[in-house]
Design a protein around this ligand. Structure first.
Ligand code: NAD
Length: 643
């Protein structure tokens, strides 16, 4: 018996599999349903009124009714959808179509009476009964096919899941799961924080509180929880993640509509929760009006456009009504990838890709002349601390040299605004990279003191962003994929983190906040212990720390700090209207003096060794104290010559 059932199931599956029934066949089935509904309506009516009608009258009038319904179906196209994926809007369309045909038949009855066309006249009661039966049967037919399809295609291996959110997103998620032919999930319940929803049934599943869900026994074999809530605080996400990890459940996320790949809601949109989801912070409220006004109709040049920060700035800028974005980068492949991404996502956006080196003054001058940018975002830089420690020449040439070329050209070409991307590593720097960025800040600030310039120079300073090129999150992800170990340089090392979009939103906000000359600092929240980040990422991958994957301490790298500071001790801050952005009050520098020092440093690049170059950096930034680095001995020389 079981064997027969199985072969029946596979036969039906073969019928369903991959085939889409012709719409004309669906139309035929709908018409057959309409005829049967008509006959049924007559049977019901005859029983009620005990009167009789001639067979020819029934046949002729049924042809008339079917004809009207046929026209209604053809006009509305209600037969064109894929039956097994029918949803609420298709049911609604069918109901409206039947209603339209019914109203027409009622109205036509008046004319039929007037011209005495008794052979197609249908009593109102029959029409009414027929209308209801047609709706019930046509929609019922679709529901039966849909449920049969879900039953037949449901994988034996599908996992029991709970959907967190019994609102719109929860329902969309349920539909997406039901409609997916590879159906991997079996929804066993909904969770909602609103007490008014508890204990009701949704799609035949109970709605419960999170507390109740956590009491679910192991024999229910819950595998995952799918978060399907439009707005949820990071704190709440964190709590749910922790509870899930404790219960041994996986946590997944149904992204909000705007983030669906290809804009389609299906099961494949459901993804595992990422560390960025729980480390990020609540959505930033931007002063859109001010940013919109500042960017409206402008030509904007973004350097380092192919990098993590630059590319996100470009994506954010494309949301506004700008005239053009010029994307400059030296990394050919990365720039090409960005171009391809934008051609897909923003095909009609006004952007230009320019392969160029920001340290090349002649080339950059040509670019300024050709495109005449009004706003410049400088995100081109070398940022890896150990590499810059090994090659101070490059840190000076690219970071300082590039920023100087760009800033000087901005002045020469009367650019309105120049936004410099800096880093928290520039604060009381302990390495070459951070110091090179501090020198950029100093130069830009000094330049902005000049009375004879039209450009407003803004510096934005923030800590690590999650998931940027070569940062800790992609590294840990790779190490987890390879089975570990996860390498942490020190058990106490902490870092501030922001998501890339969050940081870039604040860059935009700060860019249109200042008068010029300010250093804007972003509130980075609480510092995160890197070892905790590693632990959390291992647990999120469903693995156990030490049992499945080990964490290995490798020792601090040259120039690396245990704790990153956001503000230099000699600086203090002023609040702005945005609670996450502060203005750093910094010492003023004389442009002439700084310009001379930097120009000499640039010339020295051709003749001096790394130690002499770093000595020049230390002279410009007296608070720079090398840590864990071969250049630490220079500090001793400085101290002894000072005493
Ligand atoms: N990633 C972070 O966590 C973070 C945090 C705070 C500040 N920042 C700062 O933001 C800036 C950008 O960082 P990112 O994470 O986007 O780095 P990234 O390496 O992803 O991007 C830098 C981009 O600059 C380009 N570039 C380098 N030299 C160039 C040159 N001579 N001419 C043209 N383009 C050149 C690179 O090709 C690269 O695409 C850096 O100054 C960094 O210090 C980064």
């Amino acid at each position: 018996m079981k064997k027969q059932l199985l072969s029946m199931k596979s036969l039906l599956l073969n019928i369903f599999n991959g085939r889409i029934v012709s719409p004309w066949l669906i139309l035929l089935i709908d018409l057959v349903i309409v005829i049967n509904a008509y006959i049924l309506a007559y049977i019901v009516r005859l029983n009620v009124l005990l009167s009789s009608y001639s067979a020819s009258n029934i046949i002729l009038s049924s042809l008339w009714v079917v004809f009207v319904f046929l026209i209604a179906f053809l006009i509305s196209g209600s037969f064109k959808g894929v039956i097994r994926h029918s949803n609420y809007s298709e049911f609604k369309l069918m109901a409206i179509t039947c209603l339209g045909a019914f109203i027409f038949l009622l109205a036509a009855n008046q004319i039929i009476i007037k011209y005495d066309l008794a052979w197609i006249r249908v009593s109102r009661l029959v029409l009414m009964l027929h209308f209801f039966l047609s709706i019930i049967l046509t929609i019922g037919f679709r529901m039966i096919v849909k449920e049969m399809y879900i039953f037949l295609t449901k994988k034996q291996t599908s996992h029991n899941v709970l959907i967190y959110g019994a609102g719109d997103m929860g329902q969309i998620t349920m539909e997406a799961i039901k409609n997916d032919k590879d159906n991997h999930y079996n929804v066993v319940g909904f969770i909602d924080d609103k007490a008014s929803k508890w204990n009701i049934m949704l799609h035949s599943c109970p709605v419960m509180s999170w507390k109740k869900a956590l009491e679910i026994n192991e024999d229910k074999q819950v595998h995952s929880v799918i978060l399907a809530i439009k707005k949820i605080s990071v704190q709440k996400k964190h709590e749910i993640t922790k509870d899930c990890l404790d219960k041994g459940w996986k946590l997944k996320v149904m992204p909000s509509v705007g983030n669906w790949v290809n804009g389609i809601s299906n099961e494949k949109q459901i993804r595992d929760i990422r560390i960025e989801d729980i480390l990020g912070r609540d959505e930033i409220q931007l002063n859109l009006g001010r940013i919109m006004m500042g960017l409206d109709g402008k030509v904007i040049l973004v350097t380092g456009a192919a990098g993590s920060i630059g590319s996100e700035i470009v994506r954010q800028l494309l949301r506004f009504s700008i005239q053009k974005i010029i994307m400059v980068d030296i990394a050919e492949s990365a720039l090409y990838d960005l171009q391809q991404e934008l051609l897909l996502s923003h095909s009609d956006a006004p952007f230009e890709v320019v392969l160029a080196d920001v340290t090349n003054k002649k080339r950059l001058n040509d670019i300024f002349e050709e495109y005449k940018p009004e706003i410049v975002f400088n995100a081109a830089a070398y940022k890896h601390v150990p590499l810059m420690e090994a090659y101070p020449y490059e840190a000076i040439r690219v970071n300082i040299g590039g920023a100087k070329v760009l800033a000087d050209l901005a002045v020469r070409h009367k650019v309105e605004k120049f936004v410099m991307i800096s880093t928290d590593k520039a604060v009381n720097p302990t390495n070459v990279m951070g110091t090179s960025k501090r020198i950029c800040e100093i130069y830009i600030q000094a330049l902005s003191q000049r009375q004879d310039i039209n450009t407003a120079f803004i510096t934005t300073r923030f800590g690590n962003v999650l998931g940027s090129n070569g940062s800790v999150v992609p590294l840990f992800k790779k190490q987890i994929e390879q089975g570990g170990p996860l390498t942490v340089t020190h058990k106490d090392i902490t870092r501030y983190f922001m998501t890339i979009p969050e940081a870039c939103q604040l860059v935009l906000e700060a860019g249109f906040m200042g008068e010029g000359g300010e250093i804007f600092l972003f509130d980075m929240g609480e510092p995160v212990k890197i070892v905790n980040l590693a632990t959390e990422m291992i647990r999120l991958s469903g693995l156990k720390v030490d049992e499945d994957i080990k964490i290995k301490y490798t020792g601090l790298r040259p120039g690396e700090k245990l704790y990153e500071e956001l503000l230099a001790s000699k600086e203090n801050t002023l609040p702005t209207h945005h609670k996450k952005i502060m203005i750093g009050k910094v010492r003023k520098h004389d442009h002439k003096k700084v310009n001379k020092q930097i120009e000499e440093m640039m010339l020295a690049l051709q003749i001096e060794n790394p130690k002499l170059l770093v000595t020049r950096m230390k002279a410009l930034v007296p608070e720079y104290k090398s840590q864990n680095s071969e250049f630490a001995e220079l500090d001793k020389q400085f101290e002894s010559s000072a005493s």
